[in-house]
Design a protein around this ligand. Structure first.
Ligand code: S3P
Length: 426
């Protein structure tokens, strides 16, 4: 399929976004192994989070879907059953990496895989700690999905993350639910802490202090009714759209503003973005609030080290903003982008070039000079949701209509994206 995107002068209106993808995965998995029935409201409508639910159903969790309200009848910590077929994680790295922590502790063998993109994503990062805990895992070519996981009685470990990855941290913590003792994860760079928060909500004993996170083993999780905040990473597309188009004014309600995610707001504000956060509240350990953004000139910025890790999912759309900024965007320490749903350094650079935008690519990032103009072009999502949405936003500022090849990729995290974009552009 191809979506034609017409340039727009301004985006105006108020939106409420689908539930956060990261948080939805965690609630879906933990509610399934909790005791009792949990009702999760505003669960992500994205295909990835439904892949997680499909896997949990395949192991015996009873799940009822009523729009974005999901009722999960948990089977308890020891209640999962061997799946009859290979578990399908679809396009979702979060599903395969985090769920592997749970599978590693089961008294059965399971196989988990997904689509072509997922089959190229590195798994050694979770295989190593899970092997240390006692599980045996076979992978394609020793490191790619599908994974065959021979569950075992797990030992607790003290593990220092070699890459900044919340998925790997979560995988080890979820395995730690089953271990016989206290599992510790140390992270040199702080990553999103939704797992720590969610585990506590479901009753696990989790401590977290200056990069050292521990979980007490043999945790008995209890069902909990929870509401997922709107996805800040989805909001990023509209925030950038407002900064690109003069006269724009967008209110985004009920967005998750967890401090390990919200450095996006600081980065935009530091470059001169006119944005305000209103009605801040706390709910089930997560921070939530409304964002009001108005078009303003953005100076540009440098992303490196911990800032790069904190904004890793937002880099494609920030690259677009960088091209239109005063001074451009410099991205460093972002080699992780090469192993996302696509090699995002390559797919960002390719689409920028198609639009006539100058970009200098490096192994671990890129430089996009500012004050550039977007030329109408045939664009490609390359099957990657964030590339589809980032370059649909770029197309709003082009000098003519653009075509987006495979726009449907957006539905992995944000199926409502094109409809919301149209409603704000009207
Ligand atoms: C996620 C962590 C990040 C992020 C992904 C979601 C999570 O991945 O890119 O979209 O929910 O924990 P890594 O852990 O690979 O950095």
């Amino acid at each position: 399929m191809i979506e034609t995107i017409h340039p727009v002068s301004a985006l105006r209106g108020t939106v409420r976004l689908p539930g956060d993808k990261s948080i939805s995965h965690r609630y879906g998995m933990l509610a399934s192994i909790a005791e009792g029935t949990s009702v999760i409201s505003n669960y992500s409508s994205g295909a990835d989070c439904h892949s997680t639910l499909g896997c949990m159903q395949a192991m015996g969790a009873r799940i009822e879907k009523n729009g974005t309200e999901i009722t999960i009848h948990g089977v308890g910590r020891e209640g999962l059953q061997a799946p009859a077929a290979m578990l399908d994680a679809g396009n979702s790295g979060s599903t395969i990496r985090m769920l592997s922590g749970i599978l590693a502790a089961q008294p059965f063998v399971s196989k988990i895989g997904g689509d072509e993109s997922l089959s190229k994503r590195p798994m050694a990062r979770i295989m190593k700690p899970l092997a240390e805990m006692g599980a045996a895992i076979d992978a394609q070519d020793g490191k790619f999905p599908p994974l065959t996981i021979h569950g075992a009685t797990l030992r607790p470990i003290d593990y220092t993350l070699p890459v900044a990855s919340a998925q790997v941290k979560s995988c080890v913590l979820f395995a730690g639910i089953y271990a016989d003792g206290k599992t510790i994860v140390r992270e040199p760079i702080v990553t999103r802490d939704h797992s720590e928060i969610a585990l506590r909500e479901f009753g696990a004993e989790v401590e977290s202090r200056r990069g050292e996170i521990s979980i007490a083993g043999r945790a008995a999780l209890k069902a909990k009714n929870l509401t997922v905040p709107g996805d800040l990473s989805s909001a990023a597309f509209f925030l950038v759209a407002a900064l690109l188009r003069p006269g724009s004014r967008i209110a985004i309600q009920g967005v998750g503003l967890n401090p390990t995610r919200s450095s996006l707001m600081d980065f935009l504000a530091a470059g001169g973005a006119s944005l305000r956060v209103l009605n801040i509240a706390e709910g089930s350990g997560e921070v939530i609030g409304d964002i009001l953004i108005e078009h303003s000139r953005w100076r540009g910025g440098i992303l490196e080290k911990s800032m790069t890790a904190a904004l890793i999912d937002e880099i494609p759309v920030l690259a677009v903003l960088g091209a239109a900024s005063e001074e451009g965007l410099i991205v460093r320490d972002a080699a992780e982008l090469r192993v996302k749903e696509t090699d995002r350094i390559a797919t960002v650079a390719e689409n920028l070039k198609r639009m006539g935008i100058e970009v200098a690519v490096r192994e671990d990032g890129f430089d996009v000079p500012g004050k550039q103009k977007f030329r109408a072009a045939a664009l490609d999502s390359f099957g990657d949701h964030r590339i589809a949405m980032a370059f649909s936003v770029a197309a709003l500022a082009a000098d003519g209509p653009c075509e987006m090849h495979d726009p449907g990729a957006a539905s992995v995290s944000f199926p409502e994206f094109y409809n919301m974009l149209r409603s704000l552009s009207a």
